[in-house]
Ligand binder design. Structure first.
Ligand SMILES: *[C@@H]1O[C@H](CO)[C@@H](O)[C@H](O)[C@H]1NC(C)=O
Length: 302
């Protein structure tokens, strides 16, 4: 299906660029054969680049997850009731073990990102903070200056958030039910989020019904300059007590449209990973859009 699309596009391009060519030249059988072979190979080659594009939309779960039946490479096992009948391959890079941070290039398509932005944009409100003891809306002004909105996958009629949520469940290997609704955020020039933890320390926030285990950020836009996600305590740096929470330093992840970033707030023994502190550097040029999903240790109701 995708192949014929690509082939058609290539063939059309050939026609429109050189309209007189086919009229003026008499082609012998060998040249026709060579020409066909050329377009076949060109189409095959081009398809490796554009195959991402046709994954947009909301249907065909396995395809959208970029799952492939590697029947010849792997022998599938019979799956359980809730399992998959296909192998999933999602490429990633380990950015750090302290904090445990992983990067997923091309996690979503550009079309999927644009669709999420268009749903979120009309509903944006100034982002809020979970307040610690002694904190008020007034005295925490400036810590988080983005705008945002919570959107659950079921609210997105295009089915795109549903597909993204399925994919996040696979990379975190944690069931979807543990995720909060997506928090779609927009940072404009100068907007930032000072370094903070996503997990709630009970000593500061009081007892919690559940704890945040991991955070998945899907960058919905490129940012021309600034807007990096930063981990100032990466591998123990800046932890001598002198760190200014506004300062943009440490391991920095540059937002790129469609890319994903996953990091864990908790260590394997369930305690908060101090190196998971992170922030958003101010946007210097452009706009930053990101969809965040926080994943908890208990199932969520929303
Ligand atoms: C959890 O693991 C960390 C790192 O290995 C360790 O420093 C900490 O003491 C552990 N905490 C508990 C309660 O086991």
């Amino acid at each position: 299906m995708w192949y014929s699309t690509v082939y058609g596009r290539e063939a059309m391009r050939g026609k429109s660029v050189k309209p007189h060519w086919t009229l003026k030249t008499k082609l012998g059988l060998p040249s026709v054969f060579l020409l066909c072979a050329f377009f076949f190979l060109a189409g095959l080659f081009a398809s490796t680049f554009v195959v991402q594009d046709v994954y947009g939309g909301g249907r065909g779960r396995a395809r959208l997850l970029e799952s492939t039946n590697y029947e010849n490479e792997y022998e599938l096992l019979p799956n359980g009731e809730t399992g998959d009948d296909s192998i999933t391959t999602i490429p990633f890079q380990v950015l750090s073990w302290n904090p445990r941070a992983l990067y997923f290039p091309n996690f979503a398509t550009a079309e999927q990102c644009d669709s999420i932005i268009s749903i979120a944009e009309p509903r944006l409100r100034p982002s809020t903070l979970a307040l610690r003891k002694g904190e008020t809306v007034e005295n925490t002004k400036g810590i988080r200056t983005s705008s945002g909105v919570f959107i659950s996958a079921s609210e997105d009629k295009t089915g795109i958030l549903d597909v993204i949520e399925e994919k996040i469940a696979r990379v975190t290997m944690l069931p979807r039910m543990h995720g909060e609704a997506f928090n779609v955020l927009r940072y404009e020039v100068g907007q930032r989020y000072n370094s903070h933890y996503d997990a709630f320390n009970p000593a500061e926030y009081g007892p919690q019904k559940s704890q945040r285990v991991a955070s998945f950020l899907l960058y919905l836009s490129d940012v021309q300059e600034g807007g990096e996600t930063m981990f100032p305590f990466e591998n123990g740096f800046n932890m001598d007590g002198s760190y200014d929470f506004k300062e943009c330093t440490g391991l920095k992840v540059k937002p790129r449209k469609g890319d994903g970033l996953l990091f864990y707030s908790l260590l394997p023994n369930g305690t908060i990973d101090v190196t998971s502190i992170h922030g958003s550097c101010p946007v210097i040029k452009g706009k930053k859009w990101v969809a965040t999903k926080w994943i908890r240790d208990q199932e969520q109701d929303d």
